[in-house]
Design a protein around this ligand. Sequence first.
Ligand code: GLC
Length: 736
Amino acid sequence: MKTILCVIGLTSLTLSIPAQNKIPVYLDDTQPVELRVEDALSRLTAEEKIQLLHARSKFSSAGVARLGIPENWMSDGPHGIRAEVIWDEWNQAGWTNDSCMAFPALTCLAATWNPEMAALYGKSIGEEARYRNKNVLLGPGVNIYRTPLNGRNFEYMGEDPYLASCMVVPYVQGVQQNGVAACVKHFALNNQEIDRNAVNVTVDDRALYEIYLPAFKAAVTEGKAWAIMGAYNRYKGQFCCQNEYLLDNILRKEWGFDGVVVSDWGGVHETESTVYHGVDMEFGTHTDGLASGAKNAYDSYHLAAPFLNLIKSGKIEEKELDKKARNVLRLAFRTTMDRQRPFGSFATPEHGLAARKIAEEGIVLLQNKNNVLPIRLQDTKKIAVIGENAVKVMTVGGGSSSLKAKYEVSPLDGIKNRAGVAVEVTYARGYVGEAIGTQDGLKTQNLSDNRSSDELIAEACRAAQDADYVIFVGGLNKHGYQDSEGKDRKELGLPYGQDAVISALAKVNKNLVVVILSGNAVAMPWVNEVPAVVESWYLGSEAGNALARVLAGDVNPSGKLPFTFPAKLTDAGAHAAGDYPGNNHEETYREGIFVGYRWTDKNNIKPLFPFGHGLSYTQFAYGKATVSGKHMQATETLTVTIPVKNTGERKGKEIVQLYIGDEKASVARPVKELKAFEKIELAPGEEKIVSFIISADDLKFFDDKRHEWVAEPGKFTIYIGASSADVRASVAFELK
Ligand code: GLC
């Protein structure tokens, strides 16, 4: 072998790398993203740009293999990373490495009223998406809770735009710190599942800007979301995925959004309007996002061959294609091509702890007469657990947010584990809901039971007879019409004859605790027969542990309702004034801005449980509110303070809520609107001074004539309370 002596002349130490070996700008992550976008774009053919814009499998779109620009992989959903599906099918692929941590549903997150929990949630679910190599998480959803019948309310953050705005921002930031794009959905006005693929929503600009847009705006302008999902429905006659009002005028021009707009699966219906006013990435076309659809139709997607042909024929200029391609390339440089991204983690004990903490902080103690709760385990011999939801798998079902969880602790198992061997925990079915053993293509449980409801109730009452405590676990279950995508509920009441079981149990045992698992309000005709009622949401993998720890008092409940529980359906604006679910694909939100507590306040309606309501195992006293001035200039701020004291015997957290009412406005305004809140922890006897800073922005309404936010001079009242209906103090001031 010949040895070659290589001598480098001292004078030529500075190695001059020939120009052709210099790394291209788009691959150089020391370069600014926009330069990399332009450089990458300049290297693409029209065909390569087109393939960036549409799906090529159920949940992925092409990159540019020639240039080393990776594919994009999307994954549902808001509560955990969906199991892998077969390339071009909805059915699961049966992988054995994709069982995720199931986090609580987003109504539970909203019920924590704790932005730190939202940050923890986003970080954790973002780590799971990152580990699974998904660069777009199809969540969170922030559609406003307009009707208690909407099948997907469990995926969203309640009825109040301010609360949803405060909770969505940290979630988005948490996800994106993993180099995964949050895709905030469904933009916009997708507030029901009935007729979701066609209904044309008519809503006045005040309700649009004051109620339905704020959470999306916060996600974009504060959360810096990298992706938004266009909704299925129509607004002003245009499908939301090809809508100049929503996507051009509001999202891009008013909010300065520079991310990608992804269609909902099957949300794109037309080529040219999508080119000029529509999404950047088209998915699920020819399907309804849930069931089967046309096979491998990817080349016939609107943004595929049809778009390319319009360019090749000169009918549409390539700059229209470049606009969309830039947005998709920017997504790549923010995610797949950012080499500083963390590596993520999946279904870890840390994520289990996060799921449990969020669940514990979101559980809402609605009622607790005679202080039945917390359960005094040390004095307890027997606990009777009743109800199908005590044993039913809840992480599966509900539509696209369904999960293949690594584990799920049921309420019954959680209660058994926590009670320990000294306490006998019995179980009786109580009622039969859905006996089928499969959901979302997953084999779940065989819950078949042929007994009559009388037999089931008799058995439950026998079990309850001599128990120290009876815990009924019922509610809804994410089957069709029971909190599920694609199908709204048909009534406010509980299904499967649960009311009769609860009333029967109330007669045989005074220590009855009713635990409702749901993502929606339900009617409670038995509420005065039952001492304790708990709203326990869909809590995910750690459900049973979180619930048991709250019932046993290890955790003092601190959740508050993110939406109103109306006593009856017509106590909700959408049903009293709106024309839910619409007729002939047309629906007008006639209740306007008066959604939720805004409606019940306006009409002096007493809800079953009000927005912002939630009890604790301790008590909190509110002192006198003070305000730093009786007058305020539009350019100034006011400071409002109020002392809050824990007057009970145990540590607890209280969510102090601040609402503002405009006493004399030129337009109709709600009695009061949530404008601030703070969750504080107080030791027994401890008092804290809670203070809020008010600015003119908190006083504004959207003037739809001038198309801008306006604060009119005049008198305003600040209400501070433990819920929207439990005002503990108020102070007035005047805006000059
Ligand atoms: C579904 C849902 C959407 C989901 C998407 C992908 O139809 O509307 O929320 O992310 O399609 O499954």
